[in-house]
Ligand binder design. Structure first.
Ligand code: ZN
Ligand code: ZN
Length: 239
């Protein structure tokens, strides 16, 4: 089966005026996953079995809470909590958790189970495959579409995490000269734009000096939020 490509949404995210189009891709998929989880699907048995088993990471349980479907979230967390209690009771007696995670011999069952819960998340899992396909689409477009190559080179760069992700994937997704060109453009667009944000932040700091109090802000008003996006992959408007 031919794996799906997402040329339209990927192009759309690269059209946005932002500090990292990959953060925007992640955010769109995350919003869709939250909406799905808080929609009618949480009453379906197979989905509830999965949310009971894996739970949610810190970031995503907060987003679910903000979604305002308090009854829906309460029902999901009610049955998840029941499963945690059942597993914890078994493990505390030295037994094995039902539907638990693989555990190493040297770690206690309780610790391994709780670590597994901490590291697993229904929303993260639901997004993972499509996010990977979005990234594959970036390379497909770069390889085949001259207009996209220009768009990529002209974007405002990437956050650290997504720069590294694109850097790492390039070798397996592009070959020969195209891969070399991609890496050179990627490095350039990442570094030039990180320097731009650094300079904006420098002016933001300078503005606190009384000698600059009447000078214009230039592009520095939101320099702190944009720096946080570059460093921590949180979209500037969500900081
Ligand atoms: Zn990013
Ligand atoms: Zn998550």
């Amino acid at each position: 089966m031919k794996e799906q490509l997402y040329t339209i949404p990927v192009n759309d995210e690269f059209d946005k005026d932002c500090e990292c189009p990959v953060c925007e891709m992640y955010r769109s998929l995350q919003n869709a996953a939250v909406d799905f989880t808080m929609g009618p699907s949480y009453m379906e048995d197979d989905i509830r079995m999965e949310t009971n088993r894996v739970g949610f990471c810190d970031k995503h349980v907060k987003l679910l809470y903000q979604n305002q479907n308090r009854l829906g979230l309460a029902l999901i967390l009610q049955t998840h909590t029941e499963q945690v209690i059942k597993n914890a009771e078994k493990l505390a007696k030295g037994g094995r958790a039902a539907g638990g995670f693989f555990r190493k011999r040297e770690t206690s069952g309780v610790k391994a189970y709780m670590d597994g819960l901490d590291a697993s998340c229904y929303i993260c899992n639901r997004m993972a495959n499509t996010f990977e396909r979005y990234l594959v689409t970036v390379f497909y477009l770069y390889d085949t579409d001259e207009a996209f190559r220009r768009k990529f080179a002209a974007c405002k760069g990437f956050c650290n995490r997504h720069y590294a992700l694109l850097y790492e994937m390039a070798n397996s997704r592009l070959s020969g000269k195209m891969c070399e060109e991609f890496l050179s453009v990627l490095n350039n667009v990442y570094l030039e734009n990180l320097k731009r944000v650094r300079d904006d932040l420098e002016w933001f700091v300078d503005k606190f000096d009384h000698t600059h109090v009447n000078d214009p802000w230039k592009n520095s008003r939101d320099a702190l939020q944009r720096t946080i996006q570059k460093l921590n992959s949180i979209p500037a408007d969500e900081v």
